[in-house]
Design a protein around this ligand. Structure first.
Ligand SMILES: Cc1cc2nc3c(=O)[nH]c(=O)nc-3n(C[C@H](O)[C@H](O)[C@H](O)COP(=O)(O)OP(=O)(O)OC[C@H]3O[C@@H](n4cnc5c(N)ncnc54)[C@H](O)[C@@H]3O)c2cc1C
Length: 388
């Protein structure tokens, strides 16, 4: 083994890569953590941390994620086309973070645990057969297992499958950070259904800005900038279109086979984003951790090529949840159903609470699906009434 051979190489030091590198380094393996950026770095994201994500964070790092009291939000204002759908107070807490800070904190923990620091360096080429990669500065790194945690545009996924995602299925989000009069840290979280097609709009008040965005399926929103401009106008925010920042997000189109043999994909690179809420941080932490556990087990058995099979087994509950969410998604976003769903949501505090309990990780999509099946006849009637 040379100085640049590692048991596990992780590409991407976001939540998925940070969790993977931390888990493997803590287990005593030789780990390299590569990211083309140095931290802290910008990452386009609402930065809303659910109870589910906090639970995964605690499982990986062994302590609760720390938040300032004013970052904890327990009031959520739901809207449909701007009209009130109900305000929930005393909701399970959602935490409004800036990814700039959170990701730097996660990456630092992975490095402190012993991962070798290759941040600020890009990968030039990956040789899958030779289990090695070459950095832009010419250095060659060998690995037993490679974990691609390099986000929605994953270079590792491209090396394995030719493309990082399917344009017909991928989601896209636009955001701005509104400042000045729009800094209202005490304001509720606001979710606007139908602000984008097969998606929604959001306003997340933070200490120094309010993160405002729209997101949904790219194929259904060729005019996403128009949707964003309309949403800003609805919120009374003056924003130039040139200030809108955009980013792909896998929106329920997860990779059924997230890797090949000793190469694993985690987080956005594996398409692990909730197809209804767009939440990905929790799944990134969870899958990074599971990928590292699978890699460790395979390496300890001297069978690195078994890593994918071990990882797929661990990922089954995640894939099951995402499949359920995809089944439910049309009830919320299908144009023929969305007004009916909005009415049902407005009139049912139980439905609103279930949605928030889901984000808190207190219920699963299976529970929601069972309730929705019972409500479907009524939803269909509401949908028909809403159209005429
Ligand atoms: C507009 C928008 C809003 C969102 N809001 C929320 C939200 O409020 N809550 C939530 O839970 N989720 C949200 N998400 C989803 C969430 O941002 C992602 O699911 C999450 O960041 C995935 O984490 P990750 O570690 O897989 O990837 P990332 O966080 O994208 O990290 C990938 C890392 O890989 C690095 N990298 C990329 N390519 C290379 C390369 N070739 N070589 C080296 N390094 C590389 C990048 O620099 C980056 O640091 C949102 C997404 C979007 C687009």
């Amino acid at each position: 083994m040379t100085a640049l051979d590692f048991d596990i190489v992780v590409i991407g030091a976001g939540p998925a890569g940070g969790a993977a590198a931390f888990t493997a380094a803590r287990a005593g393996l030789r780990v390299a953590l590569i990211d083309r950026k140095t931290f802290p770095r910008e990452k386009l994201c609402g930065g809303l941390i659910t109870g589910r994500a906090r639970r995964h964070y605690a499982e990986v790092f062994g302590h609760e994620m720390l938040f300032e009291a004013q970052d904890r939000k327990t009031t959520v204002d739901f809207r449909f086309r701007g009209a009130p759908m109900g305000v929930i107070r005393d909701a399970p807490a959602l935490c409004a973070t800036m990814r700039w800070d959170m990701d730097a904190m996660i990456c630092a923990q992975a490095l402190e645990a012993g991962a070798a620091d290759f941040t600020g360096i890009s990968v030039d080429a990956i040789d899958l057969a030779d289990r090695s990669l070459t950095l832009k500065d010419g250095r060659r790194i060998g690995f037993g297992v490679l974990i691609g945690a390099d986000g929605a545009n994953s270079q590792v996924a491209k090396a394995l499958f030719g493309e990082a995602f399917d344009r017909a299925e991928v989601g896209f989000g636009l955001e701005i950070e509104a400042v000045g009069d729009h800094v209202k840290p005490g304001a509720p979280i606001r979710i606007d259904l139908a602000a984008a097609k097969w998606g929604y709009g959001w306003s997340f008040p933070k200490r120094c800005s309010t993160t405002i965005g729209v997101g949904g399926l790219l194929a259904r929103n060729p005019d996403m900038k128009d949707a964003m401009a309309e949403y800003c106008a609805l919120l009374g925010v003056e924003a130039d279109r040139s200030s809108f920042k955009g980013q792909f997000l896998p929106f329920g189109d997860f990779r059924k086979v997230p890797g090949r043999q000793a190469i694993l994909l985690a987080g956005d690179a594996a398409g692990l984003v909730d197809p209804i809420t767009g939440e990905g941080i929790g799944y990134a932490l969870q899958s990074g951790h599971l990928a590292a556990e699978a890699a460790i087990e395979a390496l300890r058995a001297a069978r690195p090529e078994r890593a994918l099979a071990l990882y797929r087994r661990r990922l089954r509950p995640v894939h099951r949840a995402l499949r359920m969410a995809r089944l439910i998604r049309p009830v919320i976003f299908l144009p023929a159903m969305e007004a009916g769903f909005a009415r049902a949501f407005r009139h049912s505090s139980t439905l609103r609470l279930q949605y928030l309990r889901l984000m808190a990780g207190e219920v699963e999509y299976g529970d929601i699906l069972a309730r929705l099946i019972l409500r479907l006849p009524r939803l269909a009637v509401l949908a028909i009434r809403a159209r005429f």
